[in-house]
Design a protein around this ligand. Sequence first.
Ligand code: SF4
Ligand code: SF4
Length: 185
Amino acid sequence: MGEKIKKIVKTIKVDLDQCNGCRSCEIACAAYHANPRYSNFNPARARIRMHINETNDEWIAIRSTDYTKAECDGRRRYTIGGREFHDCSFCGTICPSRDIFFEPDSGLPLKCDMCESDPPLEEPMCVQICSRNALTYHEEEVEVDAAEQEEEKQPSDMDIGLQRFVDVYGFDKLLDTVARMSQKG
Ligand code: SF4
Ligand code: SF4
């Protein structure tokens, strides 16, 4: 049996009954991740987005998860309280079937990083700003296999950005670009 280590699992719970669709969470996320910090408040740059469908009375805050270049089949429907929801309503995957979670200028994927920073925040920004307590932060200590944990290391923004570049332009173009940039110094 492999070595076990302790790990803190961080989650943000969403209470749909409390959310009023104010979109403050989008603005707080975009501002916190702007460079320099708080220099931009454009919700299109947020890693959390409100999915709003007024006809169906849907107000759902979705945090972005992993980037993929492929669409899923998207054919699932859920009935909750007599209303029917499409699976995209709850999905945080950064995929080509929607134009959310892509940085509007560069087209690079914007993955939620739980506001990891040094020093760490007590709670992620979207949770702090939500005056309705629709978003709540939770930590749980779990025991995991050390080797599996090593394999599961989360990709950085840089890893995800390079993957997106390769998906759009191809690997050869990436190598050409790096070669040109290194020549310029
Ligand atoms: S800040 Fe809270 S209430 Fe406002 S949209 Fe986000 S989750 Fe909903
Ligand atoms: S946890 Fe941080 S990065 Fe993730 S959606 Fe909330 S504010 Fe954005």
